[in-house]
Write a protein that binds this ligand. Structure first.
Ligand SMILES: Nc1ncnc2c1ncn2[C@@H]1O[C@H](COP(=O)(O)OP(=O)(O)OP(=O)(O)O)[C@@H](O)[C@H]1O
Ligand SMILES: [Mg+2]
Length: 159
């Protein structure tokens, strides 16, 4: 599966995140790629809003892992984990920070800068690469490593 979307503003990137949230379920892992300032956190904030999380979704660059409880569990998901592994240097460091332990059936996991954690992750992931930065429009390129993501996305469009 591959799907490319356009975003002309932070708000639009946020809205795509909200839209993805409508089809996310417990156990889902979404890897967020893109350069500094591409819009990964903006997208994650949209996912948080789409899951009805009222707390602000803030960048986990310095804290590595943020956890939010869903006010109402949705599709077997009770919590959202938002990670940013930018400041870590190895798979071992990612493991020590809890990147593997955190992947639970009742959790939706978003990972910024996921490259070093790939050996720890499930084979069934949604990977989103955000291209463009600064004031340029963004291209959001979704690729699934396995599973029925495209089917889920199309069903989501019908909602
Ligand atoms: N179309 C767009 N989509 C998203 N962000 C945009 C867009 N156009 C401009 N921006 C700006 O780009 C920045 C994106 O910041 P954000 O923190 O989401 O990036 P990031 O990819 O998480 O970076 P980092 O790797 O540092 O965590 C914001 O300042 C936002 O206002
Ligand atoms: Mg970020």
């Amino acid at each position: 599966m591959e799907l490319t979307l356009q975003s002309r503003s932070p708000e639009e990137t946020f809205q795509w995140g909200q839209k993805l949230a409508a089809i996310l379920a417990g156990g889902d892992v979404v890897c967020l790629y893109g350069s500094l300032g591409a819009g990964k956190t903006a997208f994650a904030q949209g996912v948080g809003a789409g899951l009805a999380i009222r707390e602000p979704i803030t960048s986990p660059t310095f804290t590595i892992i943020h956890e939010y409880l869903l006010p109402t569990p949705k599709r077997d998901a009770a919590r959202l984990i938002h990670m940013d592994l930018y400041r870590l240097n190895s798979t071992e460091e990612a493991e020590q920070a809890g990147a593997a332990d955190i992947l639970q059936e009742d959790t939706i996991t978003l990972i910024e800068w996921p490259q070093i954690a790939l050996p720890l992750l499930t084979d069934d992931r949604l990977e989103l690469a955000i291209e463009g930065n600064g004031e340029q429009p963004r291209r959001l390129i979704f690729k699934a490593t396995a599973g029925d993501w495209l089917c889920r996305w199309r069903q989501g469009e019908g909602q």
